[in-house]
Write a protein that binds this ligand. Structure first.
Ligand code: MLT
Length: 244
């Protein structure tokens, strides 16, 4: 198995695909996707484009759908929900399909949607992603951070490092056999440095600051937890994620 990390969707190669793509948007899209499925949502269907989301969700029964999403961290006007994982309680999402659009996370998903296997990961479901990778042993794994509008986001790379480190610890492979690009070594070092204080990093990083300006302290706390949900979102058709 070879692990590759790409800090942003823009850095992902365009001429081939991995056996397994792991999309990461810790703040907050992939945290929200894991939380919604854990709370009983039927599926989360991701869109990078608001118009397309409106068009496709229109054909879904009104009592079985929720339109959710943000631009710049702020709820899209007229939508049922924003992108806060804390809003995804069983009472709100159970048996419903979330039609979700976000600034970066849904774009990252779209970039690798044609890969044979696509899963999403966040800090809260890190171990579930690790378990899946270890049990299925894909030849190539790409971990794709969502970043922010083409720029690097430290929280996504730290999560990719957390996954890589856990795979390394739980398999017989050495780092030199496992890593496919230098980003993996950097991400493991980053995670090692901050693993006991992720919330502090989240409060300081650019998107954390943006969310704090939008009253997002509770979201940051929730997203910074490690292995709190044993759930793995997996793509069943392009853009549609269900519980594995
Ligand atoms: C994104 O996709 O850029 C994020 O999930 C934004 C957010 O925190 O809502």
């Amino acid at each position: 198995m070879k692990l590759f990390i790409y800090h942003t969707p823009e850095r992902v190669p365009t001429d081939h695909l991995p056996d397994c793509a792991v999309v990461i948007d810790v703040l907050r899209a992939t945290t929200t996707i894991a939380t919604a499925l854990d709370a009983g949502a039927e599926a989360v269907q991701a869109f990078s484009n608001i118009e397309e989301l409106m068009r496709q969700s229109e054909s879904w029964p009104v009592d079985k759908r929720l339109r959710a999403g943000e631009r710049g961290g702020v709820t899209v006007e007229g939508f049922d929900l924003g992108n806060s994982p804390l809003a995804c309680t069983p009472k709100v999402v159970k048996d419903k399909r979330l039609f979700l659009t976000t600034t970066n996370g849904t774009r990252a998903l779209q970039r690798v949607a044609k890969s044979p296997k696509v899963i999403t990961a966040a800090q809260i479901n890190r171990q579930a992603a690790v378990n899946y990778i270890l049990s299925t042993q894909p030849e190539t794994v790409w971990m794709v951070g969502s970043g922010w509008q083409g720029d690097y986001s430290v929280e996504d790379t730290a999560c990719a490092g957390a996954i890589a480190q856990s795979i390394l610890q739980q398999s017989d492979t050495s780092l030199i056999d496992l890593f496919g690009n230098d980003e993996v070594i950097g991400a493991i070092a980053l995670y090692e440095q901050w693993k006991d204080n992720l919330l502090n990093v989240f409060r300081q990083c650019s998107h954390g600051q943006r969310l704090l300006r939008l009253d997002g302290e509770a979201d940051l706390k929730y997203c910074s937890q490690t292995d709190t949900l044993d759930i793995l979102p997996i793509q069943k058709e392009p853009g549609v994620l269900v519980k594995y």
